[in-house]
Design a binder for this molecule. Sequence first.
Ligand code: MG
Length: 359
Amino acid sequence: MTEETISYTGLLCPVPLSHNDRIVLGHGSGGRLSHNLINKIFLPHLDNPILHAANDAGVMQLSDQEGISIPRLAISTDSHVVSPLFFPGGDIGKLSVCGTVNDVAMMGATPLFITAGFILEEGLEISILEQVVQSMQNAAQEAGVLVVAGDTKVVQRGKADGLYITTAGIGTISPGIHIGGEIAQPDDIVILSGTIGDHGIAVLQARGELGFQTDLKSDVSPLNHLIKNMLLSSKHIHVLRDPTRGGLATSLNEIAQQSKVCIELEESKIPVKPEVSAACEMLGFDPLYVANEGKLIAIVAPQDAEKILDVMHSTQYGEDAIVIGRVKAVPQSRVLMRTMIGSTRVVDMLSGELLPRIC
Ligand code: MG
């Protein structure tokens, strides 16, 4: 099969898909295959300017009956199939609330309301479901959102793996806030809020696939309060993104392609916990591609970088924030990394699937 190249969303992706192909695990990786599915199947059928923007949440401007604009809305949705249901630092319930809260918040919105759809497997213990729902409420309370609608379906024994949750969230964007993957500019500073890979490796450990025990916990957390403080400190935050599936490398590639810029990283600045490093070395993973659920990338104007870092350092979930790189004009749509030994290498989007069912 030959690979064609399309630029449907401005995302230049090789598209090895035909109608005879079948879904593989990599189509859920958040990496190149997921982007191919979006560009080849979803966008051609469902395209509209809001979806086309290809950000963490769709942003729309509504007006009332008199034609007066009301606050812009950000809407996002997420499905959660993590296995196991409980892991160090979190569970599928906390993940389902935080994932959606964060995607809405990454557009600079204040998340307000969430909906939740449950697919339950016949035979699931009610006590497990109750623990998950209690955990959802704890996370919702911390984030300051309400779960306002829901749905439950039950499938026969063996047709699901305990339970799956799909959440959707909505939030409002204050006037003057404009954030999106397409707004990164040359000379901008790239900030990362903390260590990478904690979530993916913590879930792997919970599956017993690590071979050794660590104290590592998933970083799953709601980041909306951190973002609110950042937005109060600066009007020059251009991009916010949570590097979830596909990891830091994939999120940065998305942004580089949306903004048609080069993002240059300093390998020595990217924080990785020793236990994550050790696990990745053992398994042959690169932490740049391992999922996070409580971290964000901020791409900001250089004059405000120090101010934003100070605010992050004083806010929960941003204490370890650090500058990891800079935006350059060329080569367009590329992520480069200056390595510890002084060379420069290309950092590509995740291809294939690294760790299925981690979120
Ligand atoms: Mg996201």
